[in-house]
Design a protein around this ligand. Structure first.
Ligand SMILES: Nc1ncnc2c1ncn2[C@@H]1O[C@H](COP(=O)(O)OP(=O)(O)O)[C@@H](O)[C@H]1O
Ligand SMILES: Cc1ncc(COP(=O)(O)OP(=O)(O)O)c(N)n1
Length: 275
C-alpha cells in the first residue's frame, strides 16, 4: 500500500505577521523553498509591517490544542519549531501538546522582542520557556539579547558566547545555536554547541542593510526543514546559515522599515539583482 504521508512535512508553532516577513509567514516561505511541506499552529495574530508591530492577540488555548490534534490526526510531521508564543499560558499549552504528540526534532526559537522593539513574549512567558519548554528542545536558537536573558548575565565576548551556550545547554536543550546578528561588527559570528560537546563558529561578513526582518525565523525554519529531510544537526545548522545569508544578501525592496528577506535567493542567487 502507498504511504499517504511519504512527502516530508514540517510544522511551525508561532505567530502570524501580516507584513509577511517574519513569524509563520517567513517560516512557511522558508520551508517551501527548502522542499518540505509546511503546516502551522497559529498561537497569535499580529498586526505588523516592516515598521513595527501595531497590535497582537493570542489565540485561545483550546483552539491551539485543536490545531495540534488536527495535524496529528492527518499528517506525519517530521520536525517542528516554535516562534512567538506570547505569554506563559501559551507556552504551557504548547509544552503540553509537544509532550503529547511526536512531531520529531523540536527547534525552539525563543522569540522575545521584535526588531522594532515590541515585546512578543511576556516576562512570565520567558520564565516558562526557561524552566519548562527548553527541556523539550532538540535545538534552541537565541539571538544575543535572548541568550543573555536566558542565562541572566551579559555576554561580552566570543568565548563568552560559548560559555553562555553551555549554560543554556544546562537548562535542558540538547543543542544550542547563539546567533550573532545584533550589533555592528564587520563580521557576524554565530556559535554552536552540539549535544556531543563539539562546538564551532559560523562567521560571515555583515550585510549593511536594515532589511533583516525575520532573520531568526528564517534560519530556524531552514534548519527544521533539513531535519525533516533527515539531515544530522550539524549539517542542518550549516545549511540554515547558508540559506539565511543568501536571503539577507540578495535584498528585495519591500516596505519602509526593516524589510523582509529574499526567501527565493538561496535557490536563485543572482536572479534578483535588477529588481
Ligand atoms: N546584517 C547581517 N548580515 C549578515 N548576517 C546576518 C545579519 N543579521 C543577521 N544575520 C544572520 O542571521 C541569522 C539570524 O541572526 P539574528 O538576526 O541575530 O537573529 P534574530 O532575528 O533572532 O534576532 C544569524 O545567522 C546571523 O548571523
Ligand atoms: C509573529 C512574529 N514572530 C516573530 C517575530 C520576530 O522574528 P525574528 O526572526 O526574530 O525577526 P525580527 O522581527 O526580530 O527581525 C516577529 N517580528 N513577528
Amino acid at each position: 500500500m502507498n504511504d499517504v504521508n511519504s512527502f516530508p512535512q514540517a510544522l511551525t508553532i508561532a505567530g502570524t505577521d501580516s507584513g509577511g516577513g517574519a513569524g509563520i509567514m517567513a517560516d512557511m516561505k522558508t520551508m517551501q523553498e527548502c522542499g518540505v511541506f509546511s503546516t502551522a499552529v497559529v498561537v497569535a495574530v499580529t498586526a505588523q509591517n516592516t515598521i513595527g508591530v501595531q497590535n497582537f492577540q493570542a489565540i485561545s488555548p483550546k483552539l491551539i490544542s485543536e490545531q495540534f490534534a488536527s495535524l496529528n490526526d492527518d499528517f506525519k510531521i517530521k520536525a517542528c519549531k516554535t516562534g512567538m508564543l506570547a505569554d506563559a499560558e501559551h507556552v504551557e499549552v504548547v509544552y503540553d501538546n509537544l509532550k503529547k504528540y511526536d512531531f520529531g526534532p523540536f527547534v525552539l526559537d525563543p522569540v522575545m522582542i521584535a526588531k522594532g522593539g515590541s515585546q512578543l513574549l511576556s516576562d512570565e512567558g520567558i520564565d516558562a520557556i526557561k524552566n519548562k519548554l527548553i527541556k523539550l528542545a532538540t535545538l534552541v536558537t537565541p539571538n544575543m539579547p535572548e541568550a543573555e536573558r536566558l542565562i541572566g548575565s551579559k555576554i561580552e565576548s566570543q568565548s563568552g558566547m560559548l560559555v553562555a551556550a553551555k549554560k543554556i545547554q544546562d537548562l535542558g536543550a540538547k543543542n544550542v545555536l547563539i546567533k550573532g546578528g545584533h550589533g555592528d561588527s564587520e563580521m557576524v559570528r554565530d556559535v554552536v554547541l552540539l549535544e556531543n560537546g563539539e562546538s564551532f563558529k559560523m562567521s560571515s561578513k555583515r550585510v549593511h542593510t536594515i532589511r533583516t526582518h525575520g532573520t531568526g525565523d528564517t534560519i530556524s525554519s531552514a534548519i527544521v526543514s533539513r531535519l525533516a529531510l533527515g539531515d544530522d544537526m550539524k549539517s542542518a545548522i550549516l545549511y540554515g546559515k547558508d540559506f539565511v545569508e543568501a536571503a539577507i544578501k540578495n535584498t528585495i525592496q519591500v516596505g519602509h522599515g526593516h524589510g523582509p528577506l529574499n526567501h527565493w535567493a538561496y535557490n536563485a542567487e543572482g536572479a534578483f539583482d535588477e529588481i
